[in-house]
Design a protein around this ligand. Structure first.
Ligand SMILES: [Zn+2]
Ligand SMILES: [Zn+2]
Length: 389
């Protein structure tokens, strides 16, 4: 795999950092040990460090050989997931019930490797901010960083992100301009009827039948309410109601998630869910109350920064190994909050170690250590190209 030679020298160190972080996973806004490790390493490389941003975030700031007025940000995420790891290797999680199942341990190690190289060489003009963010999973650590004024305090012309992608073979990258990942919303529908003896349903109003009709009706949000060529997903993921065989309950609670890429589709989903839920419930004499929350915006790459990122990747692996035609993912990414503020690009790095790799968020997942030097080399090449002297 073609990589920056000096970064190849760090492979063993990056692997050791990665294994250390993997063995000590910490979840949203609790990444104290991880942040301490990151800050200590950045300082040992001679990089100025700010700690405690968005509780546990760390930012390293490095100026190039010639200062210049330009600046970019490179971002990695540090948090783990609430998953019980099923791997048996030596670096498996020592925090039971928490696991680096999304590869943020690898993301952190790759950006640390790049920071060490760039601090040694400083072969760029301007300033690089290395953002190590907390709470990418569910809790929006990037949003909190933006709200705390990180980008106001560190004005950058662009911000770049990277995520490993197990379905993509190691040695490849994938990127596209425009939406790369979807907006992520959550919803809860409380369906209220009137409980009754299950043998005398005519004396009550059955919220379970209403909930069933609502679930069926919600399948038409994407199929009948949004443009057929624009992506939308509405998934009901929880149904809670009833306690026993012979009682119709008063209430049923449905929960789920919605996804979309473009504003016109995104904006159509909530009113469609409300209309279907309230209408279906009313048709049976029940009521439905919708609680809807927009969690993450879509992750949208800007055109120029996408080309810069693709070129940096192609310089390492060749243009054929930078996939430009992959479909965007309906998954979500809180890097979107940075891209809402600044131009930038988010790239996938192939993590596939075998023909049948464990997916992200799988209890058998592990980051592929073989790609650590490639990911770090991508960061280095990108920074040196964008901030060329
Ligand atoms: Zn994840
Ligand atoms: Zn992730």
């Amino acid at each position: 795999m073609p990589i920056v030679n000096r970064i190849a020298d760090f492979h063993a160190d990056m692997t050791a950092w990665r294994h250390d972080i993997h063995a000590h996973p910490e979840t949203a806004f609790e990444e104290a040990r991880t942040a301490g490790l990151v800050a200590g390493l950045l300082e040992s490389f001679g990089i100025a460090v700010e700690r405690g941003i968005a509780k546990t975030g760390v930012i390293g700031t490095l100026t190039g050989a010639s200062p210049g007025g330009r600046a970019i940000a490179l971002r990695a995420d540090m948090d783990a997931l609430h998953i019980h790891e099923k791997n048996g290797f030596a670096h498996r999680s020592q925090n039971d019930g928490r696991m680096h199942a999304c590869g943020h341990d690898g993301h952190t190690a790759m950006l640390l490797g790049a920071a060490r190289y760039l601090a040694e060489t400083r072969n760029f003009a301007g300033t690089i901010h290395f953002i190590f963010q907390p709470a990418e999973e569910n809790e929006g650590g990037a949003r909190v960083m933006v709200e705390e004024g990180v980008l106001a305090r560190h004005p950058v012309e662009a911000v770049y992100g990277m995520h490993n992608w197990p379905e993509l073979p190691a040695g490849q990258f994938a990127i596209r301009p425009g939406p790369m990942m979807a907006a992520f919303d959550i919803f809860e529908i409380t369906v209220s009827g009137r409980g009754a003896h299950a043998a005398m349903p005519h004396l009550g109003i059955d919220p379970i039948v209403a909930a069933a009709q609502i679930v069926a009706g919600l399948q038409t949000v994407a199929s009948r309410n949004t443009h057929p060529l624009e992506g939308a997903v509405v998934s009901v993921t929880q149904i809670h109601g009833g306690d026993t065989w012979n009682v119709i309950p008063d209430n049923v609670v449905l929960r789920g998630t919605a996804r979309a890429f473009v504003p016109a589709v995104h904006d159509a989903i909530e009113p469609a869910i409300r209309r279907i839920a309230e209408g279906a419930a009313a048709s049976l004499g029940a009521t439905a109350r919708l609680h809807y929350e927009r969690r993450y915006p879509p992750t949208v790459n800007s055109p120029d920064e996408t080309e810069a990122a693709a070129a940096a990747a192609a310089a390492l692996v060749g243009a054929d190994n930078v996939k430009r035609d992959m479909l965007p993912s309906m998954g979500a990414e809180d890097f979107a909050w940075f891209l809402k503020e600044k131009p930038g690009a988010y790239i996938w790095i192939g993590n596939g170690a075998s023909a049948d790799p464990a997916m992200l968020h799988n209890p058998h997942y592990d980051f592929n250590d073989e790609i650590l030097p490639l990911g770090a080399s991508y960061w280095a090449r990108l920074a040196e190209t964008v901030l060329a002297k």
